[in-house]
Write a protein that binds this ligand. Structure first.
Ligand SMILES: Nc1ncnc2c1ncn2[C@@H]1O[C@H](COP(=O)(O)OP(=O)(O)OP(=O)(O)O)[C@@H](O)[C@H]1O
Ligand SMILES: Nc1ncnc2c1ncn2[C@@H]1O[C@H](COP(=O)(O)OP(=O)(O)OP(=O)(O)O)[C@@H](O)[C@H]1O
Ligand SMILES: [Mg+2]
Ligand SMILES: [Mg+2]
Lengths: 267, 267
């Protein structure tokens, strides 16, 4: 059964898109069929892969707003083994347009019933909010990965994030689990980062064996180190593996992607 | 006449709060009466200064929702010469509660008629959105400073940001100017940062002498270099000047703050 992973954090600029794109690419490089869904009206994941949102005929917007259409018509080929359900600017309207519509929270889940079976991995890049687009991702996903920086202020938002995951798990999607935290833009040699990670791991450990959807969650390794190559490659429409295959950012994401595939194979 | 500066960028995690707090502190250290207004329901600026949002009797929420109350009752002393109009979690409701209310966009502007005259500088820390709280800041401000990272993806949001400033300037606040961009978390030794800054400066230069509210805007120097001390000090409720007065982050913010005061004195 395929894995469906929402990369989610309502805080902005924490590395969701960078992780969604490079993890999806890293998994596809191992020959595993992957679908990357861009749920952000900013369309950064779409841009990152060199796809022009303005030139698209169809996008994830159509999938969400026209549930009777075939969602496969909106999918484009991104890379070998990597398909993309792209975003474009109309998606900004979706938050309001979906409100009050029939089955609004489960539009993406419904589309994945048709789309999903073809892929071993489905990764969803969420916008920095807890609105209808993120709720659609959480209702369609089986797992949640939380990209975040190991900074004090970053810890402040985690409670609200987990509360939202809980609500969706209780009301809409009982299989939803938080698989863990992805440390992004990591300054590994600082005490501050170490202390924040220790705080996180202590919190997750205290949830083990309990009822919460994050019991069993862990801090994923390796952390993704800060590496300018990761900030440069989107401007060329390239993944880090294409742009700088031996840079620390590429090494970290390749290792993480291999870990995710190995995790799947072990199940 | 006092300066009223909105630190604004709808993108998250770009250094708005870090700049608002440390610039306000740097200006206050020069003996200039400063008011820092926290407009973010996350209350990060409030926390950053060691003020407990949960223990507050009154906050900026009351100023916005009860326009007939005296706004001075909600101000607390933060540091010598630095007063704070703090945020707390109820502010999350303000976006919705204000919608449709009488004079909703100008609640903060109206409060500053009473509050403002006492201060030489008023700095407003905006949330990462273009909603009612940010609109209140833009309607009350005279100048806009845009903290951002010199990254390709960061450039993508600037157009929308300037469009919003334009709309507020045309409809609500004709004196509003964009004074410039504050480069935050700056990796000064990378080509990528240099190229993005060159792009920004070229864009701003092309607007010079024109009609837009950002004609005359510049890229402020110095850039604020990436410095872990800036991420650490909020966890102690301290400004960078209190926590690590000789760190690069402190040096950069002190220089910037001195530049802002000199700019004022020259007017
Ligand atoms: N490890 C890293 N090293 C250096 N730069 C990075 C790294 N990860 C991300 N970046 C850069 O930091 C910025 C923010 O990252 P990204 O866009 O992935 O975050 P996000 O959480 O998706 O943001 P948003 O909330 O706006 O969707 C981007 O300019 C990106 O290129
Ligand atoms: N120059 C810097 N060097 C290192 N860390 C920094 C720097 N500036 C900010 N940070 C850290 O980066 C994170 C984001 O910064 P900050 O909270 O100031 O951004 P913001 O734009 O106010 O975010 P939000 O949109 O959530 O309000 C924080 O953890 C902060 O401590
Ligand atoms: Mg993103
Ligand atoms: Mg902030």
């Amino acid at each position: 059964r395929g894995r469906r992973i929402a990369l989610m954090n309502q805080k902005g600029g924490v590395g969701k898109t960078t992780a969604a794109v490079n993890l999806a690419a890293g998994i596809a490089e191992q020959g595993r069929r992957t679908l990357l869904i861009d749920l952000d009206p900013q369309a950064h994941a779409t841009l990152h892969l060199g796809i022009d949102p303005g030139a698209l005929e169809r996008s994830v917007y159509d999938v969400l707003l026209d549930p009777d259409d075939d969602p496969r018509a909106s999918v484009v080929e991104g890379r070998p083994f990597l398909d993309v359900l792209p975003a474009e600017v109309d998606l900004a309207g979706a938050e309001t347009e979906l409100a009050g519509m029939e089955g609004a929270q489960r539009r993406l889940a419904r589309a994945l019933e048709t789309l999903g079976p073809k892929y071993e991995f489905v990764l969803m890049d969420c916008p920095p909010s807890l609105g209808m687009l993120t709720i659609n991702a959480l209702s369609a996903a089986r797992e949640v990965m939380i990209p975040m920086q190991a900074h004090f202020l970053a810890l402040q938002g985690v409670g609200k994030l987990l509360e939202t995951v809980s609500l969706v798990a209780q009301r809409v999607n009982p299989v939803l689990r938080v698989m863990g935290v992805l440390l992004s833009m990591h300054d590994e040699n600082t005490n501050h980062a170490r202390e924040v990670v220790a705080d996180l791991e202590a919190f997750l450990e205290s949830a083990e064996g309990g009822e919460a959807p994050w019991s069993g969650a862990k801090v994923y390794r390796p952390a993704i180190r800060r590496n300018i190559k990761l900030a440069e490659c989107p401007s060329f429409g390239k993944t880090v593996f294409e742009y700088a295959p031996w840079a620390p950012g590429a090494l970290d994401f390749r290792k993480l992607a291999e870990g995710l595939v190995a995790e799947s194979d072990a199940r």
